[in-house]
Structure formats: structure tokens, C-alpha cells
Design a protein around this ligand. Structure first.
Ligand code: GCB
Length: 618
């Protein structure tokens, strides 16, 4: 059993699996809709800053007295024999609620980056027939899991789901699960240590025991192809997967398609889309109940059907040009003390601020895959989505293991969410400086996206070069990656991080290839809700932020190929790099809404702008 990621990087264990092997892990696509036992609730936890449960103090196998995953009663063992020593006792350790970042358990853990162990017991389902998987929505960052003292598996990556088969190790009656989650980022992790958000360590999404028949539908992808056909790709796993009868049904469309898997358990079929099909769009987010059955298994999902394409500088949704009226979002719920616990209700509340409040039709889920609760809510509410992986700022471009980790993460994200109609764009990186190694790294990710999903567009938030000699702000796209992407995206902070006068922004010059759609994937300015400076227009005032938006939007109107925007950002979010004691105290204040839900002046500026755009679009 390899250990979770450790720092320094020289000690990093062998980690993520290359893309090809993602397919050999259970993927359990749409497992959130399968029956199972929810393991949310109280778990005992114990910090392990020196990772003593992973390795001894000379790097040897860990001392038994430190191995948190042991299936023993520590108190009884020590009372029974006074030669016995355990320096932990999970069953009597403090309790944290999972899912949720560990900083919610006690304020002492806010800045703890390292290994934390969690443990609980549960009763196995009485009627165990088929297979049982332990499935995690996400745990940040590297995770090891033990069932009844035996290793079950390990996973790297803080934002994508993973599952381990537990059929063999599960016993009748009471079972013990131990999880080690290590939040430490190293120069070779994705993301690396330096970001602009709080690194919420812990098991941040649901943990469930999922039951399936012996042969079950592990992946299924049901979609509308660009040429308007309905297509299905599925993979069965189990002893009866080969040459098995399969059947796709969409009752609402009276669609019933039967077929057979091949020798490898795969089924691929296409058919003309039923005439009655109502296409999904932000205006009419129609979803259908889709079922794929084979033998005893019934895989289900709720799926919308639409096409997304690029034509010249246009983005086409269902064949018609669309302007993306969006905003960026981190995965933080409303509240003064976020612990990254996204429930369906708060996902709807946050996306509702965009849809109803801002008159938006689009959200950038930055800077990593958000909870599937969020992407399902986007499907239901009708918001197009930009989904991205945390290949952020400075990644170890030349490190093959880092590339494998990023590819794995990207594949897990795409395989999880290919059935979500809302997702229009997969993004592979954010603000990464050009170099040969970086270009090669990102080109591999772009190729992976195209191999896994030919129904969406590929983008990345790029940096532009500023012409220092020019009198007006002049920016040029010098990134060779622009040629590889479907949609160009730029983050622009002129007037906030630069000395530009806001009045000069509308006259900015953008030298950008004109044959592709451009999105302003970010622009923004900090404002502390309630801080006003109407005359001086001081930075951090609501007035400054509102004026920054007005001028930047004026500038945006003059960029001919601009097809959308996702200003930075919906809500204030915690970031340890933001320590101005008057205004920030650990919060990035570029939200249009404060952490406690107050809308700042700039909110109305953007909402009015989008209302006008929406009216023009009709
Ligand atoms: C950026 C980053 C984003 C930061 C933002 C800021 O360009 O992409 O992660 O939070 O700027 O506030 O500076």
C-alpha cells in the first residue's frame, strides 16, 4: 500500500495512474443515483503531522503503535497486557462530521496541511448479493482507505470521485473503515502549493457504500452528437459483461433501443434522434429520465440533449450563436465559515443568484471540478458550464508523474460529467506561463479531452502580453496554445493590479486571433461590502468595484470576437494570500456578494448589463 503524498517531494510516493488505466478502476458513473448506504455523519479523527501511521521515524514500515487503521480495541488491548503500547485510539478520538473540510471540526485545523485519519464503524447490508463499492465524491488531496484493517486503495486528486471495490473485505455485521487524507501540496501535485484559495483538507464530498449486481453498468454516456444523432457508449463490468444484452430506454420519448455488448463488455450504438426530443437550453432545461439495463442492473441518469459547436468566432448552442453571460465561482457555500459542504439546496441558491439575480446563462466552475451536486443543479436550472482541472499557475511541467496526475484528474472529471448537458467547455489550465514543457503538457491534456469527448469545446485561461510602450492599454495574444484551443480565454485585471486609470479601459486594444471565440474568463476588483468611498473611489470600496465593472464592460463591448465572460467572482472566498487587515483578513474580496450574502454595488451593474444582453438575444 503506497502512502499519501508527502513533502518534501523527493519522498512523494508513486501516485496517479496514467489515463489508460483510469478505465480499469471502477468508475461507477452516476453512482450518486444508485442505491447505497450513506456514510455521512460522525467520524473519529486524529491528526498525524509526521505521518507516523505511514512510515516510521527512519522511513521504515510504520510502528504498529501508530497504525491508525488497525482493527483492534486499543483500550482493551492496553488494559489486558501492560507491555502493549498504542499512541492513538481512534474509537476515543474527537469527532468530525463528514463530508466537510476538517477546519469545520476545530479552528486549530484551519492552517493544518498534512495527514488526518478518520475512522468509523458501520453495519454491512444484510442482503449482500452482488458487489459492494466504497465510493467517495472527493477527498482533498491524497487518500488511503482501509477496510477492517486491510488496504482497499489509494487516490490522488482533491476534486474528483473515486471508488474501491469492497466486496471481498466486507464482513457480516460490524465493519471498520479508516481513511487517511493528506492535504499537503508539493511542487509536483495538481494544484501545486501556491494558489489563491484556501486548501480545504478533508473528505469534502459524500462517502457511500454502493451496491450493484455482479455484472453492472460501470460507464454510460448518452448524448446528442454534432450531427444530431442520439448516441450511447457503455461499458459493463463483471463476469457476464461480454456479449450481454443491453437496453436503453427513455420513456418520455418512447425510445427503446436493444443491443449487445462486445467481447470486452462495450456497447456503442447510434440512432436518429426522436422527433419529439426537446433540446436542452438555459431557457428550457429539459432533462429526460434515461435507463440502461442489462441483466439485473438498471443504470439511470437524468440527461439533457443539446449540441455545442464553434463556427468561426461563434459558439453555437443547438445550432444558434450564444453569448455566455456568466460569472466565475469557487466551491464555497454562503456563510462566514465555509467548509466546502455543497448540498443540493445551497448549489441551487448559488446558481440561482446567477440565473435569476444576474440574468446569466453561464457559470465558470473554477478552478477545479466542483461537486456533482453542482453540475446536476446547473443541468436542472439551465446554466451552461465551464469545467476545469486545477492545472494552475506553476505546475511541474517536466514531471511525468505530475502529467499522469493531471491526465487522471481530467479523465475522472470528464467521465463523471459527460452526461451533463450544462457542460459546454472543458478547460485544461489557468494562467500558465508559456514554455516548451508547459505547451507539451497542455497539448497532451487537450488531446485527452478530444479523445474522451467530441461533443464539447476545449479552452484554457491564457495570459496575454502587454505592450509597455503603447499609450493606451494594449494586449496581444502571444501564447502558441491559442492555435490548439476551440475557445480563447483571457483573464484581465487592468485597472486593478495595473496602474491603468479606469477611464482608459474602454479604449484598450486587444490583438487577438479573430477566427475563434474569445471569453473574458476573469476580470474583477476587490470590494469590502459596506466600505464606501464615493469621492475618492479608493480601492476596496464598492464604488471602485462598480466603476471597474462599468469601464471593463464598456471595453468588452468593443472586442469584436468576444462571445462571453465570467468575471471574478460570484462570492468573496477565503484565500490565505489576502491579508490586508482593513479589508481582507484572509478573504479574496472580488465577490459581487460577500460571504454572508450581501450584494455589492457591482452586482447590479453586471445584472443590468446581462439583462440588456439577454433582451437583445431574445
Ligand atoms: C486570477 C486567478 C484567480 C485569482 C484572481 C485574483 O487571475 O485566476 O484564481 O483569485 O486572479 O483575485 O487575483
Amino acid at each position: 500500500m503506497p502512502a499519501p503524498a508527502q513533502s518534501p517531494p523527493a519522498q512523494s510516493p508513486p501516485v496517479a495512474l496514467p489515463l489508460a488505466t483510469v478505465q480499469t478502476e471502477p468508475l461507477l458513473v452516476s453512482a450518486d443515483l444508485r442505491d447505497g448506504i450513506d456514510l455521512s455523519g460522525d467520524w473519529h479523527y486524529s491528526i498525524d503531522p509526521y505521518r507516523s501511521g505511514i512510515a516510521g521515524f527512519h522511513g521504515e514500515a510504520p510502528d504498529r503503535g501508530q497504525q491508525r487503521y488497525l482493527d483492534i480495541d486499543v483500550r482493551q488491548a492496553m488494559a489486558a497486557d501492560n507491555r502493549t503500547l498504542y499512541e492513538f485510539d481512534m474509537a476515543h478520538s474527537p469527532v468530525a462530521r463528514l463530508p466537510g473540510a476538517w477546519l469545520a471540526a476545530t479552528p486549530e485545523l484551519r492552517h493544518y496541511q498534512g495527514l488526518v485519519w478518520y475512522q468509523r464503524t458501520f453495519t454491512a447490508p444484510a442482503d449482500r448479493k452482488g458487489r459492494v463499492f466504497l465510493r467517495f465524491g472527493a477527498a482533498n488531496y491524497a487518500t488511503v482507505v482501509y477496510l477492517n484493517g486491510q488496504p482497499l486503495g489509494r487516490h490522488e486528486g482533491g476534486f474528483t470521485p473515486f471508488a474501491f471495490e469492497a466486496t471481498r473485505l466486507l464482513r457480516d455485521g460490524e465493519n471498520q473503515i479508516t481513511i487517511g487524507v493528506d492535504s499537503a501540496a508539493t511542487p509536483t501535485t495538481v494544484p501545486p502549493p501556491v494558489t489563491d484559495w484556501e486548501n480545504y483538507g478533508g473528505v469534502t464530498r459524500e462517502i457511500r457504500l454502493v451496491q450493484t449486481p455482479a455484472t453492472y453498468v460501470d460507464t454510460a454516456w448518452v448524448r446528442l452528437t454534432r450531427d444530431g444523432k442520439l448516441a450511447v457508449d457503455a461499458h459493463l463490468d463483471g463476469p457476464a459483461a461480454a456479449n450481454a444484452p443491453v437496453r436503453l430506454t427513455i420513456a418520455d420519448l418512447k425510445l427503446d433501443l436493444a443491443g449487445k455488448t462486445d467481447a470486452a463488455g462495450n456497447w456503442r450504438a447510434t440512432m436518429a434522434a426522436p422527433r419529439a426530443l426537446v433540446r436542452w437550453s438555459p431557457e428550457q432545461p429539459k432533462l429526460y429520465d434515461v435507463t440502461l439495463s442489462s441483466g439485473e442492473d438498471r443504470w439511470r441518469d437524468r440527461i439533457g440533449f443539446r449540441t455545442v459547436e464553434r463556427r468561426g468566432a461563434d459558439i453555437l448552442l443547438n445550432g444558434k450563436p450564444v453569448f455566455l453571460r456568466g460569472i466565475s465561482m469557487h466551491e464555497e457555500e454562503i456563510g462566514a465559515n465555509p467548509a466546502r459542504i455543497i448540498t443540493p439546496a445551497n448549489a441551487r441558491a448559488l446558481l440561482g443568484e446567477i440565473k435569476e439575480g444576474l440574468h446569466g446563462n453561464y457559470v465558470r466552475l473554477s478552478h477545479y471540478p466542483h461537486s456533482e451536486v453542482m453540475t446536476r443543479a446547473a443541468d436542472e436550472l439551465g446554466l451552461l458550464v465551464w469545467s476545469e482541472v486545477p492545472v494552475y499557475w506553476m505546475v511541474a511541467w517536466g514531471n511525468t508523474q505530475t502529467l499522469a496526475t493531471a491526465r487522471n484528474m481530467l479523465a475522472e472529471n470528464i467521465l463523471r460529467d459527460r452526461n451533463r448537458a450544462s457542460i459546454a467547455i472543458w478547460s485544461v489550465a489557468n494562467e500558465t506561463p508559456v514554455s516548451d514543457a508547459r505547451n507539451a503538457f497542455l497539448r497532451q491534456l487537450i488531446a485527452d479531452v478530444r479523445a474522451l469527448d467530441d461533443t464539447r469545446l476545449v479552452s484554457a485561461a491564457l495570459l496575454v502580453e502587454r505592450d509597455r510602450a503603447a499609450k493606451v492599454p494594449t494586449m496581444a495574444m502571444a501564447d502558441p496554445l491559442a492555435a490548439d484551443l476551440d475557445v480563447l480565454a483571457i483573464n484581465t485585471y487592468n485597472g486593478w493590479y495595473t496602474g491603468d486609470r479606469l477611464a482608459d479601459l474602454p479604449g484598450s486594444v486587444w490583438q487577438i486571433p479573430d477566427d475563434k471565440p474569445l471569453i473574458f474568463s476573469e476580470f474583477g476588483a476587490d470590494a469590502k461590502a459596506g466600505f464606501h468611498s464615493p469621492e475618492k473611489m479608493q480601492k476596496f470600496s464598492e464604488e471602485f468595484q462598480a466603476e471597474f465593472y462599468r469601464k471593463t464592460l464598456e471595453m468588452a463591448d468593443r472586442v469584436p470576437t468576444l462571445r462571453g465572460m465570467s468575471p471574478w467572482i460570484l462570492k468573496d472566498f477565503r484565500s490565505p494570500r489576502r491579508q490586508n487587515p482593513d479589508f481582507q483578513i484572509g478573504w479574496n474580496r472580488k465577490g459581487l456578494i460577500s460571504e454572508t450574502g450581501e450584494r455589492k454595488q457591482a452586482f447590479a451593474v453586471l445584472a443590468d448589463y446581462y439583462a440588456r444582453k439577454a433582451a437583445v438575444a431574445g
